[in-house]
Write a protein that binds this ligand. Structure first.
Ligand code: 5GP
Length: 191
């Protein structure tokens, strides 16, 4: 997606050879025009999938998630991150290791929002090791629903998430793919 690629080049800050900061348009300040286009692009890519729910994780997945849900005309659910839980009756819970915080969180979704008939599109801002995407997919599967695909705004293709998700049989659509973050610059996968 050319508009997004340009934004990453112009505003992305390479924090290390592992981490890209995009707080001017996605992770802190958000660019609604860009997010609208992101929603349209995911909708175009998954148009044939009869999506009934979009699922993301708080908080950075919410902007691309809600714009995609708006375009698809379906609800967005965002999984909540919680430290540890005592009452687990009415919720689906999965453990997810956070790449940015380097700690485990429990993520939860209320059972009332996902049914076995649902066809769920998972959306997230970044893909690194695939922890968040796998955790969300396990929640969909706990509900007996179907994961129709995983849409990622920025994929770091040098980390193993994409490969692991493909091997597990998921369809992955990433709007930009980063081959490396070396010497303070972003190198994209040539497609
Ligand atoms: P994964 O779960 O695939 O290992 O990592 C993806 C999650 O970690 C995303 O939800 C995102 O919030 C965060 N993340 C991973 N890598 C980066 C990065 O380079 N920059 C930012 N801002 N977030 C990242």
């Amino acid at each position: 997606m050319e508009l997004l690629r340009k934004k990453v080049i112009d505003e992305g800050i390479v924090l290390s050879n592992q981490v890209l900061k995009v707080d001017s348009f996605l992770n802190h300040q958000m660019d609604p025009v860009l997010m609208k286009e992101v929603g349209k692009e995911f909708t175009r890519r998954f148009a044939d999938q009869e999506v009934t729910r979009v699922l993301t994780i708080e908080s950075s997945g919410i902007a691309p998630g809600i714009m995609t849900a708006l375009e698809l005309n379906v609800p967005l659910i965002f999984a909540r991150k919680q430290k540890s839980l005592t009452l687990k009756q009415d919720i689906y819970v999965e453990k997810v290791f956070s790449f940015t915080k380097q700690e485990s969180n429990e993520i939860t979704v209320s059972k009332k929002f996902m049914k076995p008939t649902d066809r769920v599109l998972i959306i997230d801002d970044f893909l690194a090791n695939g922890e968040a995407a796998f955790g969300l997919a396990r929640i969909v599967e706990q509900a007996g629903a179907t994961v129709v695909g995983i849409g990622i705004v920025i994929e770091k293709s040098f980390q193993p998430g994409r490969q692991l998700l493909l091997e597990a049989g998921y369809r992955v659509e990433s709007l930009v793919r980063i081959a490396a973050l070396d010497n303070g610059t972003v190198n994209f996968v040539e497609e």
